[in-house]
Design a protein around this ligand. Sequence first.
Ligand code: 5AD
Ligand code: SF4
Length: 436
Amino acid sequence: MKKVYVTFLGCKVNQYESEYIIEKLEKNGYVVSPHPTKADMCILNTCMVTSEASRKSRQILRRLRKLNPDALIIATGCYAHLEQEGLLQIGADLVLGNCEKKDLLTHAERYFREKKKFISVSESNYQVDETVESFLSDRTRAYVKIEDGCNEFCSYCIVPVARGFKIRSKAVETILAEMRTLLENGYKEIVLTGVNLGKYGAENGFSLSKLLSVLIDELSGDFRIRLSSINVQDVTDELIDLVGYTDRICPHLHIPLQSGSDAVLKRMNRKYTVEDAYRLFAKLRELNSDFSISTDIIVGFPGETIGDFKQTLELVGKVLFSKVHIFKYSTRPGTAASKLGYQIPADEKERRSKELSLIAEESSKRYREQSVGKLRKVLVEQNRSGISSGYDEYYIRHEFTGGRVGNLETVVSKYANGAGVVSTLACLERQMAREA
Ligand code: 5AD
Ligand code: SF4
C-alpha cells in the first residue's frame, strides 16, 4: 500500500482542497503518513498570497526533498501557477495547478510509469463539484467549499491569477448532500468557504442568502453554520435579516476592510467606503450588540500616508473587532499595485504593523470583556488535562474545565485572558449556585 504525506499553506479553501486530495487518494488505496520520511509521495499544497507565503512554500518544498530524496514530490496550489519551473528546480517532481488537483492521482501514476518530471498547470475554470466527507486537519469543524474564482480586481491581489477571474459556484444539491454527510459524520459546525464567498451564485442569479435559506430549511440537528470571509458590499440586508432570524448561522462575520482610508481603499480598488463599513457595522450591532466582526488590514499599501494610516488606527480603535489580522503590504508580480509609485519601506511597514497590533489587541480585549457573564456555546476542540478549549459562536476561544471534544457545550464567560476568554460550564455554574 502506498503512503502519502500531505501538507498545505494558506486559506480554508486550500485546507479543504488538501482534504479532498487525501480522501480521493485514500479511496484509491493510499494511506496517509503523518511524517514525510515514511511516504512514497509527498504533496505540498502551496500559497502565494504574500511574498512570505511564497517563501514558506519554497522552504517546505526544499525541506521535503531533503527529508525524503526518493519520494515523488508534488507541488500544487496557487504558487504552482506562478512559479512552475522554479518549483521543479527546488525539488518538485510534479507541479500541478489548482484544476489538476482533481486528477492528481492520474498525474502521479503517469510519473510512476514514466519517471519523468513534468508540469501541468491549466487556467482555473473547472466546475466546483468536489465534496469532502471528513477532515484530518480539524476533527470537530468541517469546511465546505461552495465557490471558486474572484472578479473583484483588487489592485494588490494576485489570487485570481491562480483561482480564475470567473465566479464558479457549487450546485445547491451538491452542497446539501455534502453537508448531510458531514452532519452524519458528527460535525457540529460547518464553515462555508470560497475564494470570494459573498459572490456565491452571482453567475446564475442566485445568492449566498438564498443558499443559506435553503440550507436552514432543509437541514436539521444540533449544528451551526459559519461564513468564512465576506466583503462589505456583499453583506446584503437579506443576509443580515437571515442572520438575525436564525441562530443556525453564527453571529460572526469576517469582513476584510484592508484600510480605514477612503483614498487607500480607492487605490486598492475596493468597492466600498469607510462610511459604508461603519453603516454596515451599525446594522450588525443593532441586530445583536455583541455581533462579532473580525477583519483583515493591509498596512503600508503604496502611497499610504501617515494620515491614511492614522485613519486605520482610528477605525480599529472605534470598532470593537473580535480579531484583526494585520498584513504588511507585499508586492505581488503583475498586480496593478506593483506598478504604483511610493512603495513604503519595509521598516516603516513593520512599524505600522506593530503600532496597529497594539490597538487591535486592545480592541479585541474590550470586545471579549463584553461577553463576561453571558452564555456562549463552545465547540470543544481539545481537552488537555481536564481543560477544554474551543471557539464559541462569536469565534472567541474559551478555556474551561470539563466538556467533551466534539460537543457544543454551554458555558458562562468569566474573564478575558491572552487571546480568548476563561469560562465555566453552565451546568457546573448552576450546581455551584445551588450549593452556595
Ligand atoms: N499584501 C499583503 N496582504 C495581502 N492580502 C492579499 N494580498 C495581499 C498583499 N499583496 C491579504 C488581504 C486579504 C488576506 C487574505 O490577505 O488582507 O484579505
Ligand atoms: Fe493562498 Fe489565496 Fe490561494 Fe488561498 S486562494 S491558497 S490564500 S493564494
